[in-house]
Design a protein around this ligand. Structure first.
Ligand code: HXC
Length: 510
């Protein structure tokens, strides 16, 4: 028996060495961890159980039968994160550059199938050179099998992708169909075709970083949701994120103990709105003051900064927050902000995460750039997403709620469950100045008269009471009571049950 155990230990040690010490050293020199080091940081200590450690490819082209490495470029298995089961696969760049072969794909699909069947989240760590070039079409088939499972699992279990090195060709489309993509600054990049192909086809000269680095994807393309400084920070942030996410679409949100009282008054909120209604304030500060222990997990912080999206907790239970940010473009809704928030709202609705919406929006952004760019359809995405959502929806209008944007931002009319307004709220078709200039065009030559008209319009509409008189607002609340009122509303809505009419699926304006 002893020699059998020794043989097992030898085989394990050999498999754990992946592509060998030289390639591991190269990985470290580039500031990257190996696949197994990453998994160790991501999972609870000693919780990871690896599957298929001894699998080897079956390719015989290009003399591949002579170079076989156990594991075949991907480490797969399951473990726990803060006690909850999570499935994981991590591309091993030290083995054939983490490239995907037929057997490599089989390892991935086995884990995908288990995650879906057992209704637990799956996290993929990417660091790879795409399809295994020596295998050709067998690798393409493997990608197809992975994609299929991404789609079937969508909306059932959370799927998270972390890009920690190259991610190109076939590798990009699997992350693109998952719920969130995170990147590591400086060492990760994502593109369909790399700089060499770009040069050949379009004659553009561009570096990998410029084409698909973390900065590009978190600020320009919005492909990635957040970027972190290094592997360690990214993995620790994923542990933090997992504490916000439900295990599946039927499990309900995780509940964490909190020392933050639901009755906490926050008197600083009484003065957060400036006297001048055109002056900005930081909506993030408001959010941090309201949620449990000021803990807010930003999603897409660097993109469309005029809207904030992210996870927080109230009384220990996860909520999704959508909030206009008056600090950027006065919090206006444009195409990017609408797309960003729509996708976030849909994630929350899939996974039964209640939505809390803070509104301070002067309307949709006017202009040819927006209209030519499809503002109508992009704005409709957010309208559609909030409307179809059946999770508990609590809305607080802090200041402006003008025009169509009022309707869109989780208003009563599209099934907002509890809609509050602060006394500083202004709910109207448009701002008083614009309204007076249109209604009283004949007075436009007389600045004194126009000033009077603006004041008249302001007095009538720049308050929450016209909407409250109609029941569009359930109550006008004191800013300092916001946390308490939201907590109470969410408790009251805990067992909300609403069903949309049966359909195969809806047809959101993509
Ligand atoms: C097989 C690969 C590989 C691949 C890398 N390697 N990519 N082996 N198939 N796709 C191997 C290398 O031979 C090398 O082996 C090791 O991995 C490290 O690669 P290097 O090139 O030395 O590393 P680096 O300089 O860091 O460059 C990394 C890289 C580059 C940028 C990823 O390797 C690269 O461009 N690879 C090819 C990318 C690509 O075109 N893939 C196909 C995409 S098409 P040794 O033994 O020397 O360590 C595709 C279609 C699918 O994916 C579509 C489905 C829808």
């Amino acid at each position: 028996m002893k020699h059998i155990i020794e043989e097992l230990e030898k085989r394990r040690a050999n498999a754990r060495l992946g592509g060998g010490q030289r390639r591991i050293d190269t990985q470290h020199k580039r500031g990257k961890l190996t696949a197994r080091e990453r998994i160790d940081l991501l999972m609870d200590e000693n919780s990871f159980e690896e599957f298929d450690m001894y699998i080897e490819h079956r390719c015989t082209d290009f003399s591949m039968e002579k170079s076989k490495i156990p594991g075949d470029g991907v480490v797969t298995g399951w473990g726990t994160i803060n006690g909850r089961v999570v499935y994981v696969f991590a591309k091993d760049f030290t083995v054939f550059g983490g490239s995907l072969s037929e057997t490599h794909a089989k390892k991935m699909t086995k884990i995908q199938d288990m995650a879906l069947q057992n209704r637990a989240p799956i996290i993929g760590l990417f660091d790879a050179g795409g399809a295994r070039i020596q295998e050709g079409v067998a690798a393409l088939g493997g990608y197809g099998e992975v994609f299929l499972r991404n789609v079937l699992a969508s909306g059932v279990i959370p799927q998270i992708s972390i890009i920690m090195g190259p991610c190109a060709g076939g590798d990009v489309y699997s992350p693109a169909m998952t719920d969130f993509i995170f990147m590591v600054k400086g060492t990760s990049y994502m593109f369909v075709t790399g700089p060499d192909v770009v040069k050949t086809v379009t004659n553009e000269t561009v570096t990998a970083e410029e084409l698909g680095g973390a900065k590009v994807h978190t600020t320009k393309s919005s492909i990635a949701d957040m970027a972190y400084e290094n592997d360690v920070e990214a993995l620790l942030q994923m542990r933090r994120l997992m504490d916000f996410l439900p295990s599946n679409n039927e499990s309900g949100v995780p509940v964490l103990p909190t020392a933050d009282s639901a009755n906490r008054e926050e008197s600083s909120l009484d003065t957060i709105i400036p006297d001048n209604t055109n002056k900005p304030y930081d909506m993030k500060e408001l959010i941090l003051n309201v949620v449990d222990e000021g803990d807010f997990f930003d999603i897409q912080e660097g993109f469309a900064k005029n809207i904030l999206t992210g996870f927080a907790r109230m009384e220990g239970r996860t909520i999704g927050i959508v909030a206009n940010q008056p600090l950027v473009l006065a919090g206006v809704l444009d195409s990017d902000a609408s797309r960003k928030a729509a996708r976030f709202v849909r994630f929350c609705d899939c996974f039964e995460i209640p939505l809390v919406t803070f509104v301070d929006v002067p309307g949709f952004l006017p202009g040819t750039a927006q209209e030519y760019g499809g503002l109508i359809k992009h704005g409709a995405k957010l309208l559609f997403a909030f409307t179809e959502a059946t999770v508990p929806k609590v809305t607080v209008i802090t200041r402006k709620a003008y025009g169509g944007a009022y309707d869109v931002m989780s208003s009563k009319h599209i099934r907002g469950d509890v809609n509050y307004a602060w006394p500083s709220a202004e709910i109207a078709v448009m701002g008083p100045k614009g309204a007076a200039e249109i209604l009283f065009r004949a007075d436009s030559g007389d600045p004194e008269k126009i000033k009077m008209r603006i004041a008249e319009y302001e007095k009538r509409f720049a308050n929450p009471f016209v909407a409250a008189e109609r029941g569009y607002i359930d109550d006008v609340i004191l800013p300092r009571d916001t946390r308490r009122r939201i907590c109470r509303a969410l408790n009251m809505l805990r067992d909300k049950h609403v069903e949309n009419p049966w359909k195969k699926h809806d047809n959101i304006p993509l």
